[in-house]
Design a protein around this ligand. Structure first.
Ligand SMILES: CC1=C(CCC(=O)O)c2cc3nc(cc4[nH]c(cc5[nH]c(cc1n2)c(C)c5CCC(=O)O)c(CCC(=O)O)c4C)C(CCC(=O)O)=C3C
Ligand SMILES: [Fe+2]
Length: 414
């Protein structure tokens, strides 16, 4: 390993969306997010109410600070000395302030959005492009990492754990074998039964054809985006739709893992949450609430909702899923379980560090600096080759909006 394994970078920057941390910040935050975006005023008022339920505090910033700390710890564990900073699009610390404080510097950014779309990739590149104007800043980013095996494994592990809980709760209540009582009664019963005997033997149950587990539904969920934004997501020459395709691939992988682990025969099911925008503009569907209606109608008694599109809990997760979708599911008589987000899962964090090392190796390789270890280079470049390019090609995730300066694109200043 070279003496400075993350050279040529001076610092890592975790780049995220941001969120309010108190009621006075909510409306200014919402206006910043939606500036010039044609989001109806009623929608803003509605979303402000969602934040109000949590005292105006989104969990996102605390989660990102925890991720920075976890990255620091993983880097220290590997003996790599490099600072990690948080920078946000819509709340302090703003990208511009962070970059200004670091200049002159060469930075590597880690996006908290693994999937490709305007909102989750190019818009972050614009944030960097606008913020870096007039500053002596060189900046690269990790490639979109939705298909990176450690991330896929961390998401899968969280979904398996939630399905295990869901099956254990149900086997204990017997709710699926008999007619279900009210969900409150079932929940109370579940607590008693769980106290009476441990529930970790669920996976050992034989799955004969009569076993009632097929009334378990697994719904993977991601943030909806306009259909037009999905059509333009990723490289145009690969046909667009990189956002929905990346999520469909993840849904397929986790569902296959659940089927194997628990002897089930579930079909991948992908739904969307947090639609906004004008009603006449089509966004990705079905909405999670409509899918809950459908699975309840088809006989499901237990639903596991897996937020595969989010790396950490934020308002879409704690409101749109844990509050709204949960209430909706309970109203339909469904037992509701929500899989954890990857958060600071050690495999996820280690995977990000692996990718940063690979990106640094590629950067050194590209500039023809001394290459002490050819094997490591080949291995690192191999990791990157399996993912979309870290430097986005022209027109990747393009939008109809006014052109802004970008970074981390093939044609951009580094
Ligand atoms: C793909 C995607 C992600 C995932 C990738 C990523 O993580 O970046 C994401 C994340 C997030 N979205 C968030 C919040 C909001 N998103 C909004 C609006 C929008 N999101 C969009 C897309 C995405 N959004 C789009 C196409 C819009 C329409 C307006 C526009 O085209 O820009 C609005 C406006 C009100 C509303 O309409 O809901 C809010 C408040 C928060 C923070 C939550 C918190 O505070 O915890 C986070 C992490
Ligand atoms: Fe959003």
């Amino acid at each position: 390993m070279p003496a400075a394994p993350l050279a040529p970078y001076d610092a890592l920057v975790l780049l995220s969306f941001g969120g309010p941390e108190g009621m006075p910040e909510v409306m200014p935050f919402l206006r910043r997010v939606t500036a010039g975006r044609g989001i109806p005023e009623e929608r803003l008022a509605e979303v402000a109410e969602h934040y109000a339920r949590f005292g105006g505090v989104s969990p996102i910033n605390a989660q990102n600070r925890a991720l920075v700390a976890a990255l620091d710890a993983e880097l220290a564990r590997r003996g790599i000395a490099i600072p990690v900073h948080l920078a946000n699009r819509n709340s302090p610390p703003y990208v511009r302030d962070v970059l200004a404080g670091l200049a002159p510097a060469r930075l590597l950014t880690i996006l908290t959005s693994p999937y490709q779309s305007y909102s989750s990739c190019r818009q972050y590149r614009e944030d960097l492009g606008v913020a870096a104007e007039g500053l002596d800043i060189t900046v690269d980013k990790l490639p979109p990492y939705a298909a990176h095996p450690p991330f896929v494994e961390a998401v899968t592990a969280a979904v398996l754990a939630s399905v295990r809980d869901a099956l254990a709760a149900r086997d204990d209540t017997g709710a699926s074998a008999t007619s279900p009582g009210t969900t409150d009664a079932a929940a109370a019963h579940s607590t008693d039964a769980a106290a009476a005997h441990p529930t970790d033997g669920t996976a050992a149950h034989p799955t004969d054809g009569a076993h009632p587990r097929q009334d378990l539904a697994l719904i993977c969920v991601a943030h909806s985006i306009p259909e037009a934004a999905d059509a333009a997501a990723g490289r145009p020459e690969t046909g667009g739709h990189a956002y929905a395709r990346g999520l469909a691939a993840m849904a397929e992988t986790v569902t296959a893992a659940v089927n194997t682990e628990f002897g089930l025969d579930l079909t991948p099911d992908l739904a969307w949450c947090s639609r906004s925008g004008a009603p006449h503009i089509p966004w990705l569907e079905p909405d999670i609430l409509d899918r809950l209606d459908a699975v309840a109608g088809a006989g499901a008694r237990t639903v596991v909702v897996a937020p595969i599109g989010f790396v950490s809990d934020h308002l879409e997760v704690v409101y749109d899923l844990d509050t709204e979708a949960r209430e909706h599911a309970l109203g339909l008589g469904l037992d509701f379980h929500r899989a954890a987000t990857v958060g600071t899962d050690p495999a996820f964090v280690a995977g990000l560090v692996d990718l940063a090392l690979a990106r640094a190796t590629a950067a050194r390789h590209a500039t023809d600096e001394a290459q002490p270890d050819g094997t490591a280079i080949a291995r690192d470049l191999n990791v990157l080759a399996a993912l979309p390019p870290a430097d986005c090609p022209p027109d990747c995730c393009r939008s109809q909006r006014p052109v802004k300066p970008t970074r981390c694109g093939r044609e951009d200043p580094r």
